[in-house]
Design a protein around this ligand. Structure first.
Ligand code: HEM
Length: 369
């Protein structure tokens, strides 16, 4: 192969992949301290493999954020972004599987060297924190332990890198901005929200009518069902009222802006229109990534329970209790899950005017002034 200067260049497998350095990086503390523990090799290698996958995930997510940094996302970039996020999801799936390998070590075997690890802990995995930040886990919504900031275990330079991710814009931020720019919502006199509102009301009226007309329900049951239908109505309250939505954002119950949420809803409802298929796949990738991260958190927490029971972690947290809480609280793209509550049957979907359907079949880009 010729280099850019026109010279022939070759490389050896070992040198290219730095195999020597890689294989020298497993230094067992138990051996250094004179009490070799067989299982420590597995413990180190599994962690190192994770760190390598973390590096690949960061590489992919950073590149996707780059695509969205411009005020324009063309279809080809969107399809490359989907390919890369799909890869991230596959890696996360493998990470979940890998926990099974760690679990081949028994709790008693772990105790042979656990004491040598204090205060080392997964808390100090800088790359794991980078991933969380890049995806967009809001800083002020993280669980803390003993009131310490999650980044306090890192040096100043690393803390700066994490802060900069938020300043530059996370995947969640850039996706929010991209959705806000989508031009579908008020095309050529078609006001999506107005039509959607009518459809929702229509659907809820039909539901209530059907309840009241049923010969199989007692008056008491009818009353109860009617109240339940009323509760369903509350799902729609925020999407039909910008102020209610903004209030939820204030209360940290929603993360996407109102406009972005409406755009995501539109994409979900009309996903079969050719131009919306890629945006829909993209949103699906984000949900899949969140699901896999959450599954990893649960699996890791379960493994920790099995290994150390309810002991505190080497990093000083409550261990299993803390970790299982993060599985619930540290989800990121929850607003996209919330869209499912806002879907309405195809039969109720506002019909798109012909002109708009035609536009949704043509090439467009999302630049919107
Ligand atoms: C015997 C195996 C393991 C045990 C007993 C264990 C235990 C723990 C505990 C107790 C914590 C909570 C923090 C603390 O107080 O130390 C934690 C956090 C963490 N561990 Fe593990 N762990 C194990 C394997 C792994 C592996 C293989 C990885 C892969 C990199 C990993 C990554 C992490 C990360 C990233 C955190 C921080 C999670 C968060 O704050 O949300 N752990 N681990």
């Amino acid at each position: 192969m010729k280099s850019s200067e026109g010279k022939y260049t070759t490389i050896h497998y070992q040198k290219y992949l730095k195999i020597k350095e890689l294989l020298e990086a497993q230094q067992l503390r138990s051996v250094q301290l004179g009490t070799p523990a067989h299982e420590e090799m597995l413990f180190i290698i599994v962690h190192q493999v994770y760190e390598l996958w973390f590096k690949q995930i960061i590489h992919e997510v950073e590149s996707v954020i780059e695509f969205f940094a411009d005020n324009e996302v063309i279809e080809s970039s969107l399809s490359v972004a989907i390919g890369r996020l799909n890869r991230v999801e596959k890696i996360l799936k493998l990470m979940v599987e890998q926990i099974g390998i760690m679990e081949t070590m028994t709790p008693l075997d772990f105790l042979d060297f656990r004491n040598y690890l204090f205060p080392a802990s997964g808390f100090q995995s800088f790359q794991f924190r980078q991933i969380e930040c890049l995806l967009g886990l809001p800083e002020d919504q993280r669980l803390t332990y003993f009131g310490q900031k999650y980044s306090s275990v890192f040096d100043e330079e690393q803390q700066q890198i994490l802060d900069d991710i938020y300043k530059k814009g996370t995947l969640l931020d850039t996706v929010n901005a991209w959705l806000e720019r989508t031009p579908f919502l008020t095309l050529d006199g078609f006001d999506f929200l107005k039509e959607y509102r009518k459809s929702v009301n229509n659907m809820l009226d039909k539901e209530t009518e059907a309840i009241m007309a049923s010969e199989y329900l007692s008056d008491k049951q009818k009353k109860m069902r009617k109240e339940m239908a009323g509760n369903t109505n509350t799902y729609f309250k925020a999407i039909l009222n910008e102020e209610a939505h903004n209030q939820l954002v204030q209360e940290d119950k929603k993360r996407l802006s109102y406009k972005a949420t409406v755009a995501a809803l539109f994409i979900n409802l009309y996903r079969e229109e050719p131009i919306l298929q890629l945006p829909f796949q993209f949103i699906t990738c984000l949900i899949d990534i969140d699901n896999q991260m959450t599954t990893w958190r649960y699996r890791h927490a379960q493994m920790v329970l099995r290994m150390i029971g309810n002991k505190i972690g080497t990093g000083g947290s409550s261990g299993h209790e803390y970790l299982s809480k993060t599985a619930q609280k540290h989800q990121i793209f929850t607003d996209f899950h919330g869209i499912s509550s806002l879907l309405i049957p195809r039969s109720e979907l506002p019909k798109l005017p012909k002109g708009i359907r035609a536009q949704l079949n043509f090439h467009f880009n999302t630049t919107h002034s």
